[in-house]
Design a protein around this ligand. Sequence first.
Ligand SMILES: [Fe+2]
Length: 257
Amino acid sequence: MRLIGIGSKKILRLALYALPSVCIVDGLLVEPEWVAIRKIDIGGGRSTRRLVHFTDLHYRGNRTFLRGVVDRINALDPDLVCFTGDIVEEREHLGEALDLLKRIVSPLYGVPGNHDYWSGAQFDKIAKAFEATGGAWLVDAETTSPDGELTIVGASSHNADFIKERKRGRRILLTHYPAFADMLGGRKFDLILAGHSHGGQLRIPFWGAIALPWGSGRYEKGLYQTSAGPLYVNPGIGTFYLPVRLFCRPEITLIRL
Ligand SMILES: [Fe+2]
């Protein structure tokens, strides 16, 4: 028993010494490109549509990685794809990012994030690329699916004044900022999609994000019930500031609704 006790202590000590190195390797080299596919059903078993949500590309020129993301989105065979902002941080990467996004074979709908504004990305080019898929770039605007059953509303900031009364069918809100879900003044949606938080990028297991950017509110990542409807906060594909993700894999989400 004594021998086992000493051995266990040694193993525990070795594991504690190795833990920082394992976290560094995982956070820098493994997780940033280890894309997870998460599947959720908010239709209560009566779902009729397959929607893919992805966000926060922060594309910096890694063609192989983004090509792989697009291929995985296409493999999910969605009815529509929704993107909730931050295509690039530097405008010079926009053309290449859009060339790759145009390979999405389902209608692609999207809204801008803060970095799309800060980079000076040309919204007319983005709109053309999204329209080439049959979708739309929605800057305080709304559109309907070809069958008229789904209204997709895209908000550019924290202003909800442009949002009209619900007509018919189901209504989805795309926003970069999760906290916007608490600023909708009684407006209701069947689904609200947001990004921006990156899930914090660095997370502590069983605790959560170390820090979140402004505009995230109390929403880190995952599905939340809000007074305006169900909110899904996607942790994003890319990284901001530090090229690192720890206990926070990039994610493509398939939502049945
Ligand atoms: Fe972002």
